[in-house]
Design a protein. Structure first.
Length: 180
């Protein structure tokens, strides 16, 4: 994000903050969708994240770390949606929702649709922290260092937990294949 826009928003410029929202809303929504698995919860989490960002922006110490700061707020907002619901989520996310190919106008093959359903169901079997790690890495394309900054954990821990999350996803996918 452009430093001057963040500085202007930090000083209370609503137009600058609107520019930030327009630039970041899709990424925040996709991250929230991957964590919550629900379009409605992702929309609520996205709104909550930007509201929290607006309120906390004057306290942002390092403008150069804005992306990690906003990422942490988005992850926390999505997690709060999950905790607030305290119910089993019906997974609505598709592969196209997660990677943005739907916006590119590509139509999935029938097999791709089946794979998307299996992936969504497998993600639903994972815990919140595993979905969060996988979303940050594979949906948002964040580096290990960026994920470490967002989650406030060491890089080695991120690597280890990503490895565990990938193995858990593979096991969940295998379970989905044997169930279906």
């Amino acid at each position: 994000m452009d430093r001057s826009i963040v500085e202007a928003a930090r000083s209370g410029d609503r137009h600058a903050f609107d520019a930030i929202v327009r630039a970041e809303v899709d990424g925040v929504y996709r991250l929230a969708l991957a964590i919550t698995g629900s379009e409605a919860d992702a929309a609520d989490a996205t709104q909550d994240a930007f509201l929290a960002a607006w309120r906390s922006l004057p306290d942002l110490r390092d403008v150069d770390r804005f992306d990690a700061w906003l990422g942490r707020i988005a992850v926390n907002a999505a997690r709060m949606q999950l905790r607030g619901r305290r119910r089993r989520q019906v997974r609505e996310a598709t592969v196209e929702d997660l990677d943005g190919t739907a916006q590119a106008g590509r139509q999935p093959r029938n097999r791709a649709g089946e794979d998307a359903i299996a992936l969504a169901a497998a993600l639903g079997r994972l815990g919140e922290s595993q979905r969060t790690l996988l979303a940050l890495r594979h949906v948002q394309g964040r580096s290990v260092e960026e994920i470490a900054a967002i989650l406030a954990i060491p890089g080695g821990t991120v690597k280890s937990r990503l490895h565990t999350a990938r193995r858990a996803l593979a096991a969940a996918l295998a379970e989905e294949a044997s169930d279906g």
